[in-house]
Write a protein that binds this ligand. Structure first.
Ligand code: SAH
Length: 420
C-alpha cells in the first residue's frame, strides 16, 4: 500500500513539472512515506529525517507523509523543528500546498476517507504490476494493530472507481493487477440502487480485460473468505494460485486476546475449500511471536500450524507494542530475548518449508511475469504464479510473460530457462 501511495505522490509532483532524483542533496522537496506498524519502522523514520536534514540543500522542503505522520502528529515538529510538512495517510494529496506556500508549516492528519483517490492525477504509465487500492482503513481492531488508528475505519471505494483505475492501468501497461486493502476480501460497496459489489465481482470484471493476465489481492482476513470468493479460484484462471491469509498465531487463547475470533478448525476448513477449488494453491501467512502472555506451549502450537498448512513466503515478526492499541497495556509482556528465540525458531521452520516448496518446482514449467534485470544486469528476474523470484539469463526482448522451465532452487529463489 505504501508503494502505491509513493507512486501516486510521485505522479502528482511530476504532473506539476517536477522530476525525480535519487540524490537527497539535489532535491527541492524530500518526502518520506512512512509505516507505523512496528516501533522499529517509526524509529527509522526519525533517524532518517536527521540524516536528510544534514544532507539536503538549505532551501529544500522536507517532511513525512503516511502512518508515522498520523502516529507522531504535532510532536514530529517538536522532534525536528525545521520539518516543513506532516501529512497523514489520507491527506498526502494536500502536498502541493507546501510548494505553493513554502514558508508555512503544513500539518494535516485528518482521516479524510476516500478523498485522496479522486483528487490525484492518474499515472501516465502503469507499472507491469499495478496495485489498485479498493479499500482504506480497517474495522477489525486486532489488539496489537495500530492501523485502525492511523488509517481509520474501513471504507470500500466505489466499484466503478476501482474498475476505472484497473482499466486505466491495463491500457497503460499493466499485465498483473493486485487489489489492495487491509481487509481486502471484506470489500463491499453498495451503489445508489442498492446493488452490492464484492471482491469476487471486481475479479470477474477484471478477468475480462484482455491485457490483464494475472490477478491477485492482499491482504485477506480469514473469516471474510466467503464462498463466492473461494469459487473465483475455481472459475477464473487469471486469478493466481497464491493467497496471503495471515493466521498470526496457532494458539486459540492468543487469537482470542488478539481479537481475531476464528477457530483453527474454521481457518483450516477455509484452506481445505480453497485447495478443492484450486488444487495447486499455495498459502502464505503473517505471524506475530511473543504476543503478551504467549507461553512456550502457545508458541509450539504456532510452529505446529505452520508445518501443518505448509505456508510458503511468510512474514514473521516479534510483537511490538504500539500506541493506541489494547495489547500494549496488557500484562505479561514477553521479554525481548524470548521473542528473539521464538522468531529464530519460527523463521527456521518457515524457511525449510519454503525451500522444500521451491525444490518441488524443479523440472516444472511455470508461466512467469518479468520484473526486470537484476543488479548485475546479467540476469532477468521473473515472478512465478506463487510470487517466487525466478532468475534467468539476460536477453534482449525477453517476453513479459514467459513459460520458464525451472532448473534449480534454493530457499530464496528459483533458476530457470525460458522456453521459446
Ligand atoms: N491488515 C494487514 C495489516 C498490515 S500489518 C494485514 O493483515 O496484513 C502487516 C502485518 O504486520 C500483520 O499481519 C501482522 O503480522 C504484523 N503486525 C501488525 N501489528 C504488529 C505489531 N504491533 N507487532 C508486530 N507485528 C505486527
Amino acid at each position: 500500500m505504501n508503494v502505491y501511495d509513493g507512486w501516486r505522490i510521485a505522479a502528482m509532483l511530476t504532473h506539476r513539472g517536477m522530476v525525480q532524483t535519487q540524490n537527497v542533496s539535489d532535491a527541492d522537496i524530500i518526502i518520506l512515506n512512512t509505516c507505523a506498524v512496528r516501533a522499529k519502522a517509526t524509529d527509522k523514520v526519525f533517524s532518517a529525517l536527521g540524516r536528510i536534514r544534514r544532507a539536503k540543500k538549505p532551501s529544500a522542503l522536507f517532511g513525512i507523509v503516511g502512518c508515522v505522520a498520523r502516529e507522531a502528529g504535532a510532536t514530529a515538529f517538536r522532534r525536528i523543528p525545521d520539518l516543513n510538512f506532516v501529512l497523514g495517510p489520507q491527506s498526502y494529496h494536500k502536498l502541493p500546498e507546501i510548494i505553493e506556500n513554502p514558508d508555512a508549516k503544513l500539518f494535516n492528519i485528518d482521516l479524510g476517507g476516500l478523498e485522496k483517490f479522486d483528487s490525484l492525477p492518474q499515472m501516465e504509465r502503469s507499472p507491469r504490476i499495478a496495485y489498485i487500492p479498493i479499500q482504506e482503513g480497517c474495522n477489525h481492531c486486532c489488539t496489537y494493530c495500530i492501523v485502525p488508528y492511523t488509517r481509520g475505519r474501513e471504507l470500500s471505494r466505489p466499484f466503478d472507481a476501482c474498475m476505472r483505475d484497473t482499466i486505466h492501468a491495463a491500457k497503460t501497461g499493466a499485465i498483473e493487477i493486485c487489489f489492495l486493502g487491509q481487509n481486502v476480501n471484506g470489500y463491499k460497496y453498495t451503489d445508489e440502487n442498492g446493488n452490492i459489489y464484492r471482491l469476487s465481482d471486481l475479479i470477474r470484471e477484471t478477468a475480462k480485460i484482455p491485457e490483464i493476465m494475472r490477478i491477485r489481492f492482499t491482504s485477506s482476513y480469514p473469516t471474510e473468505m466467503t464462498d463466492d470468493l473461494i469459487d473465483m479460484f475455481r472459475t477464473e484462471p487469471k486469478l493466481l494460485p497464491f493467497l496471503n491469509m495471515p493466521i498470526q498465531s496457532g494458539a486459540p487463547e492468543i487469537l482470542k486476546r488478539m481479537n481475531r475470533p476464528y477457530s483453527l478448525e474454521l481457518y483450516c476448513d477455509i484452506i481445505n475449500k480453497l485447495r478443492i477449488a484450486r488444487p495447486d494453491i499455495q498459502i502464505s501467512s503473517d505471524f506475530i511471536v511473543g504476543f503478551p502472555g504467549e507461553t512456550d506451549s502457545d508458541f509450539e502450537q504456532t510452529m505446529k500450524i505452520a508445518q501443518q498448512i505448509k505456508y510458503i513466503n511468510s512474514y514473521s515478526f516479534k510483537y511490538s507494542p504500539r500506541p493506541h492499541t489494547a495489547a500494549a497495556i496488557m500484562p505479561n509482556q514477553i521479554q525481548e530475548n524470548i521473542k528473539a528465540q521464538r522468531l529464530a525458531a519460527l523463521d527456521n521452520c518457515l524457511n525449510e518449508i519454503q525451500r522444500d516448496f521451491n525444490e518441488s518446482c524443479v523440472d516444472k514449467t511455470l508461466e512467469c511475469l518479468l520484473e526486470g534485470p537484476d543488479k548485475t544486469g546479467n540476469h532477468l528476474i521473473y515472478r512465478t504464479p506463487f510470487m517466487q523470484q525466478c532468475i534467468v539469463a539476460h536477453r534482449e526482448n525477453a517476453p513479459e510473460l514467459a513459460k520458464i522451465k525451472i532448473t534449480a532452487a534454493n530457499k530464496a529463489s528459483l533458476r530457470g530457462k525460458i522456453i521459446d
